[in-house]
Design a binder for this molecule. Structure first.
Ligand SMILES: [Zn+2]
Length: 81
């Protein structure tokens, strides 16, 4: 299933967003630790900084049941870095 997210930052080479599914640390049984945090996924960009939607396959390797791919929205709220 495709999931829509907003990119938090974008540079000439990459953009990234905070994943609504993935945590930084998991126990052996696959559940996240209480103190673990949401992680960011970084994807390659095309060198342009304008607002747009980029489609990418998910990097949610531990959470494949939730999403297969993302529409990543680069908006006025996306910080240019
Ligand atoms: Zn993820």
């Amino acid at each position: 299933m495709t999931f829509d997210v907003i990119a938090e930052t974008i540079s000439n080479k990459t953009f990234r967003f905070k994943c609504p599914f993935c945590y930084s640390k998991y126990k052996k049984d696959g559940t996240p630790y209480k103190r673990s945090k949401r992680i960011y996924h970084t994807h390659g960009s095309n060198g342009e900084l304008y607002n747009r939607v980029e489609h990418r396959m998910a990097h949610c390797y531990g959470n494949k049941e939730y999403t297969t791919d993302f529409n990543i929205h680069i908006t006025d709220n996306t910080k240019r870095i």
